[in-house]
Design a protein. Sequence first.
Length: 208
Amino acid sequence: MKVFLVVSREYDQNAYCCFDPEAREGVIIDPGLNCEGIVSFLNAELITVTAILLTHGHYDHILSARRVSNFTKAALYAHRLEAELLADPLMNLSEVFGNEKMSLCVEKQFEDGDEIRVGNETLRVIHTPGHTPGGVCFYNERDSIIFTGDTLFWETVGRADLPLGDGYTLTRSVNEKLLILPGETVVYPGHGRPTDIRHEVMIHSRIK
């Protein structure tokens, strides 16, 4: 499985194209503010997008979601508990920080443990509530990579002071679902640089 990163200058937000290089099929994860960068990569590499996956519903992670969906003809996916936040411009922060109010409805919903095909590969959904109720991570066990959205970053975790956030729940999600993964697992976060689970276990020492 290959990973292509597109960084939006505003908010330093990471969007990813995760794809099977043999099948030339992939998914887009969190198409935020840089729609052009995503589309340019897809055109250049001839990648067929089969799904657009949202780790959560905050404005900076979803701004280009509908445009990328229209371009690729791929359905939008999110956890069912994210529906309220996605639909509400105040909760998803587009009314606060954006140039436009956004209300987004996805075509498909997933649950904890669901597997999403990426060519001949799979991404497993890990529900990690706390930053938002329906926040998730996408884990590929074969290649030891995980996309953590705003749940886990390099040497820190996501915010819990935004609408519907919960610090206790976020801590449990990180400790019980992420820091138990193999140490060599590479973490691709929603903002900033990559890290790995071994480093985060050492830094956080099982976040209290």
